[in-house]
Design a protein around this ligand. Structure first.
Ligand SMILES: C[S@@+](CC[C@H](N)C(=O)[O-])C[C@H]1O[C@@H](n2cnc3c(N)ncnc32)[C@H](O)[C@@H]1O
Length: 417
């Protein structure tokens, strides 16, 4: 059988890259992963998870989760650290899924190194377990040995390691095993990402499965010296996920509805830095990592993006150009506002701006006005730039359409029986 990246993952675990919360400017837990991607996942899951927890509470039960391609338990960290949306400033955390609400969290992963790491990290929790399993063979004996789960979860591209056919098989097993209202979270790699325009026009299954590398785990000088493993991934677009759900319903007789589809990391995918698949890119992720880094001022001029990063393509280009234009307007405004050479009222064509851009501009105007006078720490590096990071993140999220234009394509599916 073909490699699914075992060498990459064993090596990464050995080097501590799968220890929780390591990173900053590059690597697995860089700032974009922590402040954009994990947080965005939490925003996406929050309303659905709240419904599941409340339903189980009414039934006097906790939540059962299986994490497919669990790594060393990153999904557990994402799901248990989601706060209520309307948390007052004076309150401590109020988690949607407190650890005490989890009856059973089962992590399945093909990599022994990951499973061992997960076991070690969660050794104090008797309701958490990691088991080595190859999901290309479906759910396996779990189908008969386990009760249904409320959530068949995956995070960060795990299920893109499977071909379409292998994923269909796994999902058929889940349809059979799951209960009414069980949720399936698919986290796939988006084919329409600016990171790899050469993949956009793929039509055959062979063209949709491409060799991939996680070279971004290493800093540039290290990356250039290593012989980094490549392995195949299946790249997905939103319409294909919708077709997949319809096909599953037709094949299994179980209703499968796509209830959420989100492009995650549209302009800040991991490979914007490596430029491994698109030489025209700027190292956007590194620049956004820098926005979120304390005591590091970012050269905002470098954050201005040029539309020529995006080749013409009828489905993809118009959306990406509009997002890039809005991104640039926001960055330019902050540059000028920081230098006191522009006020919000002077922005031309305001009425034509997308609503998320108007909101982001008003927010950054207030942030700079309210914080610029401070003299503790470095307000530009430590407050204004991270806020610009969050404003850009929100702009991206509110403008995305779930087409497959992000590095990640997150889909939430609901089973109806
Ligand atoms: C990108 S990592 C994501 C890990 C984790 N879910 C996270 O959020 O960081 C992908 C994971 O999928 C696992 N994987 C790849 N192919 C698999 C397969 N056929 N069966 C089970 N796990 C697999 C890898 O070992 C790896 O841990």
């Amino acid at each position: 059988m073909q490699s699914v990246g075992e060498q990459t993952y064993s090596q990464a675990v050995k080097e501590g890259k799968y220890d929780l919360y390591v990173g900053n400017l590059f690597g697995k837990y860089d700032n974009v992963r922590t402040d954009w991607e994990d947080q965005l996942n939490r925003i996406i899951f929050r309303p659905f998870l709240r419904d599941v927890v409340e339903r189980r509470r009414r039934e006097n039960q906790g939540v059962r989760i299986v994490d497919l391609g669990s790594g060393s338990g990153q999904g557990y960290e994402i799901l248990t650290k989601i706060d209520r949306h309307d948390l007052d400033l004076g309150l401590q955390h109020q988690r949607i899924l407190p650890e005490s609400s989890i009856d059973w969290y089962l992590g399945l992963d093909i990599s022994k190194a990951m499973v061992d790491k997960g076991q070690a990290l969660f050794e104090d929790k008797s309701n958490v377990k990691f088991v080595q399993q190859d999901l290309r063979e479906g759910l396996g004996k779990l189908k008969t040995e386990e009760d249904p789960f409320e959530i068949y979860f995956s995070s960060y591209g795990s299920l893109s390691h499977l071909s379409r056919q292998e994923l269909v098989r796994l999902l058929q097993d889940i349809c059979q095993h799951g209960a009414n209202d069980s949720l399936i979270v698919l986290d796939l790699v988006g084919r329409y990402s600016i990171e790899w325009p050469d993949f956009w026009s793929a039509t055959s299954e062979e063209e949709k499965m491409r060799d991939y590398t996680m070279s971004y785990l290493y800093s540039e000088p290290v990356r250039n010296q290593l012989n980094i493993e490549t392995f195949p991934l299946r790249f997905w677009i939103g319409d294909e996920v919708k077709e997949l759900a319809q096909e599953l319903t037709a094949d299994t007789g179980v209703g499968v509805e796509v209830i959420k589809l989100v492009d995650r990391s549209v302009l800040v995918g991991r490979h914007t830095d490596t430029r491994e698949f698109n030489q025209n890119l700027k190292p956007i992720r590194r620049l956004v990592n820098s926005l979120h880094e304390d005591y590091l001022r970012t050269n905002l001029e470098e954050l201005i993006l040029t539309p020529d990063m995006v080749p013409n393509h009828p489905q993809v280009a118009p959306f990406l150009w509009q997002l890039i234009e809005s991104w640039n307007i926001l960055v330019r405004f902050c540059q000028k506002r920081l230098n006191n050479v522009m006020a919000l009222q002077e922005l031309e064509e305001w009425d034509h701006f997308p609503k998320p851009l108007q909101f982001a501009l008003m927010t950054m105007d207030r942030v700079i006005a309210d914080v610029g006078w401070m003299w503790y720490g470095d307000p530009r590096a430590n407050i204004i730039e991270p806020q610009l990071g969050y404003a850009l993140r929100t702009l991206e999220y509110e403008m995305q359409k779930g087409m497959g234009c992000g590095h990640g394509l997150v889909a939430i599916l609901k089973i109806q029986k």
